[in-house]
Design a protein around this ligand. Structure first.
Ligand code: ATP
Ligand code: MG
Length: 306
């Protein structure tokens, strides 16, 4: 018999980015951005193409050395070195999938585990009992993650042979292999069909339920607003708005800057109004009768065919 225990862990700040700025020559891709993510949270990062979302991720994960600002994980400021960031507990996936194409699915996940294995180079070269034991444990954990992401049946397939959606899942499995406390996903559903997107939504909820906080970039608004406790909007490198899904969806600045709804009186509106006016005018004139005539003609045609 098993007993259920429920533990309520107090919310802790997992990620704290302060005043992050990234300049490339004359271009400021990210300007003075603050962002926090706490345990148990799924936070979304949205914004138009070129807004600086991926650049911000690169600053968080040590791929870029931010021009200004600091990034702290669970209260400790991180050095801008990707392997140290991963080791500290932050893992990511990439907008442009980065898998080892000629390695198997399982091997890709095992690579993701290397920051968590203690066995050193000599142990690996000599393949002593300590190494073999660690290797078996790593493989067991990797298989658990493949099962969790629904890829266990593909363990021996080459990564490059997987359909696009499964490659994205494999990237997630590999990121999870480093046992992170925060997972950063850069457009996890890009190129997926609606069913795969739904499944990815469920996967992200399941990751959160395992106690891993999630920061996710996505252009699919339905995905973002279904999933996220909080959403931050970047526009031209600056954080424009941050709030719950409801607040962000209803914010006029976001609608204008990102969702692309034209302003009142914009040319599209005028053009549409002109077309509608012309149509109603035509109906009043009786010229709309041509549509009925066409339908009758179709019906006659249909009879002839029988
Ligand atoms: N390494 C770099 N060198 C110079 N400019 C860069 C570099 N990386 C990004 N940029 C520029 O920074 C800006 C932000 O790009 P970024 O890729 O972060 O946008 P994004 O919000 O992720 O867009 P998308 O939604 O299209 O992925 C763009 O103008 C881009 O050209
Ligand atoms: Mg991007």
């Amino acid at each position: 018999m098993t007993t259920m225990t429920t533990t309520t862990t107090p919310q802790q700040t997992v990620l704290e980015a302060r005043g992050v700025t990234m300049r490339f020559g004359g271009l400021t891709a990210v300007r003075n951005v603050d962002l926090t993510v706490s345990t148990g949270e799924i936070v979304g990062l949205i914004g138009p193409n070129g807004a600086g979302k991926t650049t911000f991720f690169n600053c968080l994960t040590g791929l870029y050395h931010p021009t200004e600002g600091t990034v702290a994980y669970k209260g400790t400021t991180l050095p801008p070195k990707p392997h140290l960031v991963t080791k500290a507990g932050m893992a990511r996936t990439f907008q442009n999938i980065r898998l080892f194409a000629n390695m198997t699915v399982l091997e890709n996940v095992l690579v993701g585990r290397h920051t968590r294995t203690k066995e050193g180079l000599w142990s690996a070269l000599l393949r002593g009992p300590g190494f073999r034991k660690a290797e078996a444990a790593s493989e067991e954990r990797a298989m658990e993650l493949l099962k969790f992401t629904g890829l266990d049946h593909k363990r021996d397939h080459l990564a490059r042979s997987l359909p696009y959606g499964e490659q994205r899942k494999l990237e997630i499995a590999r990121a999870l292999a480093s046992e992170p406390g925060l997972l950063l996903l850069d457009e996890p559903t890009a190129g997926m069909n609606p069913q795969e997107t739904r499944a990815t939504e469920e996967l992200v909820f399941a990751i959160r339920d395992k106690g891993i906080a999630v920061l996710v970039i996505e252009h699919d608004m339905r995905f973002i607003f279904n999933l996220c406790d909080r959403v931050a909007v970047l526009v031209q490198g600056e954080k424009l708005v941050e709030g719950t899904s409801d607040v962000v969806q209803g914010d006029e600045r976001v609608v204008a800057a990102y969702l692309g709804t034209p302003f009142e009186g914009a040319p599209e509106d005028t053009a549409l109004a002109e077309v509608q006016a012309a149509e109603s005018h035509a109906a009043e004139d009786g010229t709309a009768g041509t549509a009925e005539a066409a339908e009758e003609g179709d019906a006659a045609q249909g009879d002839d065919d029988k």
